[in-house]
Design a protein around this ligand. Structure first.
Ligand code: PLP
Length: 278
């Protein structure tokens, strides 16, 4: 899809995620990343978070049938070229999302690529997923995922593997494949070297079709990385919506997030967001 041509419809990416009133993370970050990557962003809001740069102070879940209705009504009109999930909040929202996605062909049982970012908590530690919903992520979401993009904490929660090096990253990927994920991106950005010092590079491993691809970028030490994970998964989703291969879409995502962290900005008294740049 040539997103820029006048009068032509761009590809459509759908974010199934929570809002952030501070405009840093969640669905707000997703839509910015979609726009920067040349696709139209549609949204199915799962939860409203009361949030600023200091953290999340309250969460209001959207009724599951309203979440499902947003997915159906977008897919039935403009079509969805790729979808991603972020904050899903509860087990019943996950079940509603899965049912609606199955109906409209989102996920590996259909034809629309489906990126699952298994968001469990915010950087500041606020839970964004109920404890009893983790199992639904394992049994309902992962078997439908074209790609799952966990960080190291989410890997520990989902499969109990502590990733400390490449061997354990491969072990984590295998465990997530065993739960049904077609492809796994192990995000090594928060990995500390065994010396306890931060690594010089962010190394992400993509495991797909029996092969492991390595994506490296210089490690940028920036305090303002709010919404970074959401933005990476969204840029990958945008690439898939535009018809890229998974490996190319992850490459696009990695370049996008490196630029976005490099140009992140202070905002408020806490953590500012990454900056979506074309
Ligand atoms: N708020 C919402 C709605 C999110 O979806 C997320 C992450 O996915 C966050 C906050 C946390 O973002 P961060 O951990 O980058 O601060």
């Amino acid at each position: 899809a040539d997103a820029g041509r006048r009068g032509e419809s761009p590809a459509v990416a759908l974010s199934i995620a929570g809002t952030d009133s501070g405009g840093g993370a969640g669905m707000t970050a997703d839509v910015r990343a979609f726009a920067a990557c040349g696709v139209h962003g549609a949204v199915a809001v799962t939860a409203v978070t009361v949030q600023n740069s200091l953290g999340v102070s309250d969460v209001h879940e959207v009724p599951p049938d309203v979440v499902a209705a947003q997915i159906r009504t977008v897919a039935g009109d403009m079509g969805v070229d790729a979808a991603k999930t972020g904050m899903l909040a509860t087990r019943s929202i996950i079940e509603a999302v899965v049912a609606a996605c199955d109906e409209v062909g989102i996920g590996v049982t259909g034809s629309t690529p489906f990126v699952v970012d298994p968001v469990a908590a915010s950087m500041s530690g606020s839970p964004l997923l109920a404890d009893d919903a983790l199992d639904a992520v394992r049994t309902e979401l992962l078997p439908r995922a074209t790609l799952v993009t966990p960080n190291l904490d989410e890997i520990a929660l989902l499969v109990g593997v502590k990733v400390v090096d490449e061997a354990s990253a491969r072990e984590a990927a295998a465990a997530l494949h065993a739960l049904g994920a077609a492809a796994v991106l192990v995000k090594g950005g928060h990995l500390e070297a065994s010396s306890g010092r931060p690594q010089q590079e962010c190394v992400d491993l993509l495991s797909v079709d029996g092969e492991v691809h390595e994506f490296r970028s210089p490690r940028l030490d920036r305090p303002h990385t709010h919404g970074g994970g959401d933005s990476l998964a969204s840029a990958i989703t945008a690439g898939l919506a535009r018809g890229m291969s998974l490996v190319d879409a992850v490459g696009l995502g990695k370049e996008f997030i490196t630029r976005a962290v490099e140009h992140s900005y202070p905002l408020g008294a806490g953590h500012g967001p990454v900056r979506a740049m074309p």
